[in-house]
Design a binder for this molecule. Structure first.
Ligand code: ZN
Length: 155
């Protein structure tokens, strides 16, 4: 497995509902890329939101120019410079970020928005709650550590 230190959050900048994950995969493939550039997607699927898999995490992504090595890319469908992230999309994203950060031992401060990297982009949107996402991941980490300590105390 390649070394992973950072999780980069994106939006697709397309309207949620207007396109499918398959469309996004097709656009990226049409650019001559090795399939979709993101490793995970959070997409609107009918009335609800769901997580989908993109490029296998073992493969370097094509999602953040100059920052694809050592990173995993996750994209939320929609444009979050125009609208706020729906509550359910946030919930699914947080769950995915929690799982990925635990699996690859990525600290919450290394969960970054694409626009926080030195690259001119608004992605994942100016209204995207990046601080809240990192704060929630820190809280979850604290609670998990506490749970582990309690379990050890029981032994
Ligand atoms: Zn992006």
């Amino acid at each position: 497995m390649r070394p992973i230190h950072t999780l980069v959050v994106h939006h697709t900048a397309s309207k949620a509902d207007a396109h499918t994950w398959a469309d996004i995969c097709a656009w990226h493939t049409a650019k001559g890329w090795d399939g979709v550039g993101y490793h995970f997607g959070i997409v609107k699927d009918g009335p609800g939101w769901t997580e989908v898999e993109g490029r296998p995490v073992e493969k370097v992504g094509a999602h953040a120019k100059g920052h694809n090595n050592g990173t995993i890319g996750i994209a939320v469908e929609g444009n979050y410079s125009e609208t706020h992230l729906p509550r359910e999309a946030y919930r699914i994203l947080l769950r995915a970020c929690w799982r990925i950060t635990r699996q690859f031992k990525i600290p919450p401060e290394n969960v970054v928005g694409h626009r926080e990297l030195p690259y001119a982009t608004e992605c994942p949107g100016l209204l995207f709650p990046l601080e809240r996402l990192r704060g929630d991941l820190r809280d979850m980490q604290r609670l998990a550590a506490l749970g582990k300590d309690l379990a050890e105390d029981d032994a």
